[in-house]
Design a protein around this ligand. Structure first.
Ligand code: AMP
Ligand code: TRP
Length: 333
């Protein structure tokens, strides 16, 4: 069956190994599927839900687009664009926010995490962020949405919003209810410094993550400094969840090698960490260093990147403007 794929990444800088293994690697695989129609969006409207420096934002929009291309997405086959260039996203988000319930949004754990203790001070945009995400997906009749595990709840909300809209306006199957595509394994990459914390661009310590712009020396150094424990490499997967940092590093290794955890465990059974870390650095450098080099090369050619984003936006706009027209009509405008 041919799939209509839509996904988004925020241009907030420091794209890292978690973004790559949790999402972008999957985008690349899906985009090479012959019958798949893929749309990858740089979600700049989402980025401004927390304060951004305008110059940095502009740079990060291009860097995110460059990361997509450097990772292997072909802009001639997939649509790559940035959200703010297609005004239907903001318009659909408003309309969908009028069928979404406050109670649904109150359950969103990402808002709770991002807003922190003082929720009164968080922006309204940060609160309604998942409705904009639903608009992104529903405008393109996406059938499948590849994301990391942390976005699962937002996708469930998107499904609820689609069904509620279809019900309220009496239009069976008008908004396509999308399926999440979340890897069962390795869909949550953890910090190199704390196996209980997600690898994140907002972690103040750069040693907690491998950035997709890191070069060989930085990667090797970060793996050398990655937290482990005093025992040897595990013999089997029993009780591995009690050693979250080790489990995470083994997960990263397995995901990069496209093998399952058991195979990786067997490969390093009872060995010293230094031996494992050396092999892990090797596969990371092999995968990430070429991406990092290609990102740098692409960023030197701003004109090319802007052309890709403009062409992508034109194509996206063609699809989204048709859908928003139908939505307007249904609503009674
Ligand atoms: P963001 O950069 O927050 O827009 O996230 C882009 C994509 O990367 C989303 O699909 C996330 O689910 C995924 N992602 C972000 N951090 C991680 C992580 N630590 N592990 C796995 N996937 C992640
Ligand atoms: N909220 C997603 C994240 O933080 C990014 C995103 C925005 C997205 N719109 C989307 C992902 C639509 C998938 C589909 O990772």
């Amino acid at each position: 069956m041919s799939k209509k794929i839509f996904s988004g990444v925020q241009p907030t800088g420091n794209l890292h190994l978690g973004n790559y293994l949790g999402a972008i690697k999957n985008f690349v695989e899906l985009s090479s599927g012959k019958d798949n129609q893929c749309i990858f969006c740089v979600v700049d409207l989402h980025a401004i839900t927390v304060k951004q420096n305008p110059k940095e934002l502009k740079k990060n929009i291009r860097e995110t687009a460059a990361t997509f291309i450097a990772s292997g997405i072909d802009p001639n086959q997939s649509i790559i664009f940035n959200q703010s260039m297609v005004s239907a996203h903001a318009e659909a988000a408003w309309i969908l926010s009028c069928v979404s319930k406050i109670g649904w949004l109150n359950r969103m754990t990402q808002f709770k995490e991002k807003a922190g203790k003082d929720k009164e001070k968080a922006s309204i945009g940060l609160y309604s962020y998942p409705v904009l995400m639903a608009a992104d997906i529903l405008l393109y009749d996406a059938t499948h949405v590849p994301v990391g595990d942390d976005q699962k709840q937002h996708l469930e909300l998107c499904r609820d919003i689609a069904q509620k809209f279809n019900n309220d306006y009496n239009v069976t199957d008008f908004l396509q209810v999308p399926e999440p595509l979340i890897h069962k394994k390795f869909s949550r990459i953890m910090s190199l410094k704390d196996g209980k914390k997600k690898m994140s661009k907002s972690d103040p310590s750069d040693l907690s993550r491998i950035n997709l712009t890191d070069q060989k020396d930085e990667i090797v150094n970060k793996i050398k400094k990655a937290k482990t424990d005093n025992s040897l490499m595990p013999e089997n997967s029993k009780n591995l969840n009690k050693r979250p940092e080790v489990e995470n590093l083994l997960g990263i290794y397995s995901s990069l090698k496209n093998q399952n955890l058991e195979e990786s465990i067997n490969e390093f059974q009872r060995k010293n960490f230094s031996e494992f870390k050396e092999k892990l650095s090797d596969v990371l450098v092999e995968k990430i260093d070429p991406i990092s080099k290609e990102i740098k090369k692409l960023l030197d050619d701003v004109k090319y990147l802007d052309k890709i984003l403009l062409e992508g936006s034109n194509k996206a706009n063609e699809i989204a403007s048709k859908k928003i027209k139908e939505i307007r009509k249904l609503v009674g405008f």
